[in-house]
Design a protein around this ligand. Structure first.
Ligand SMILES: *Cc1c(COP(=O)(O)O)cnc(C)c1O
Length: 375
């Protein structure tokens, strides 16, 4: 069967997946049959081994988009008398605070600008000030800007103060090497449709087993009860509590195999980095300036400032690129007009070269100026 894809997604999830991943979704799977549960168990074990080479880690898959999994962790691992510190330098950090607010969990936000790197000093001051903090949450790759937060020293400070560490590694897990034990992370959250290159439909949480074991009865929601979901998956060997996204799970299992075939996270990271570096170099040549300094770039997504030209509108630029087979992403930064281009998914340096040519042809504001000069 031919799969007709009118454009390449250069967005940070859903992203472009391989034809083989898409093809696995063409058959129906029973949710309680052993064949299916075996696949779920295999996925869980693979995720655990990707998260750390040592230590006792376990995993839970959770229905919904990535935010559902974040909400499931925030709502299920903090005891009633606990309090959360959130490091926020973008929309996803802020979303964690918002979740805590909805769930009536005491929380303190280290609120930073979207272009600011989280400071260990400021974070430690927050921990010293509010002694009731029990948990901290931070975002690894802040997809808002593409900033790669250096979370290791932050987690280290949190641990020194005896806090539990929660990391939203949604847009980095599987695409950037990390180790939960070395980085001292207790709960790590990601989802199916980011760097593992599956399709959207569920998220997952990898947890230090002893920490998760302590969370019974804390959940503030029935369907997002992380502990119960985990108990069911453990006791019934891969069974989900409620209807699971079977096709998506099957596609994810295939995506995990393809990650291995590519050479694992290291190799995937190399490809993403190559994509991103040639994107930035090419865009700079065309006159587009990245929002962030290069030292803070992630290989996942890059925000570019709008060109100065009066005639530029994102909508027009977007449409022109879409006609040429590329879908880019609007900006999410509140204080500077930007657009974003993702470099993850089934996307290769050759695709970036083709994109750059399409961008050059789509610079109507310059092309028109040049044309009018000639006349
Ligand atoms: C994608 C993403 C999420 C989850 O977003 P959903 O739209 O709920 O899937 C959370 N955090 C980060 C950093 C992300 O990139």
């Amino acid at each position: 069967m031919e799969i007709d894809n009118p454009y390449l997604l250069l967005t940070p999830g859903p992203l472009s997946t391989t034809p083989s991943v898409k093809r696995t979704m063409l058959r129906d799977w029973c949710t309680w049959d052993d064949d299916y549960n075996v696949i779920v168990q295999r996925i869980r074990h693979k995720l655990e081994s990707l998260a750390s080479t040592e230590g006792d880690y376990t995993s839970v898959l959770m229905q919904g988009s990535g935010t559902f999994s974040v909400e499931s962790v925030i709502g299920s691992v903090i005891p009633p008398e606990g309090a959360l510190a959130v490091i926020a330098n973008g929309a996803y950090g802020k979303r964690i605070s918002e979740i805590a607010k909805y769930l009536n969990i005491s929380h303190y936000e280290l609120s930073l600008s979207e272009t600011e790197k989280p400071s260990v000093k400021k974070f430690e001051a927050l921990l010293n000030r509010y002694k009731n903090i029990t948990h901290v949450a931070m975002v690894h790759c802040e997809t808002t800007t593409g900033m790669l937060n250096d979370i290791r020293p932050l987690a280290e400070v949190a641990k020194r103060h005896g806090k539990k560490v929660i990391v939203d590694a949604m847009s980095s897990f599987g695409g950037i090497p990390m180790d939960m034990r070395e980085w001292q992370i207790d709960f790590l959250i990601s989802s199916a449709n980011k760097c593992i290159q599956g399709v959207p439909g569920f998220g997952f949480v990898i947890a230090d087993r002893r920490e998760l074991e302590n969370c019974e009865g804390y959940a503030r929601s029935l369907s997002l009860d992380l502990y119960s979901q985990w108990q069911t998956m453990e006791e019934k060997a891969g069974k989900w509590r409620f209807t699971s996204p079977t096709h998506v799970v099957r596609a994810f299992a295939k995506a995990l195999e393809e990650l291995e075939e590519e050479g694992g996270v290291q190799q995937r990271h190399k490809r993403y980095r190559k994509n991103q570096k040639s994107l930035v170099a090419g865009m700079s040549t065309l006159g587009f300036e990245p929002l962030l300094p290069k030292t803070t770039h992630s290989p996942v997504i890059t925000a570019f400032r709008y060109p100065e030209a009066q005639e530029f509108t994102f909508e027009e630029f977007y449409q022109r690129l879409k006609e040429k087979g590329f879908v880019i992403y609007p900006g999410k930064v509140s204080d500077a007009p930007t657009f974003r281009i993702g470099t993850i998914g089934d996307v290769f340096p050759e695709d970036i070269d083709r994109l750059l040519e399409a961008v050059r042809q789509s610079m109507y504001w310059e092309n028109e100026a040049k044309a009018s000069l000639k006349n």
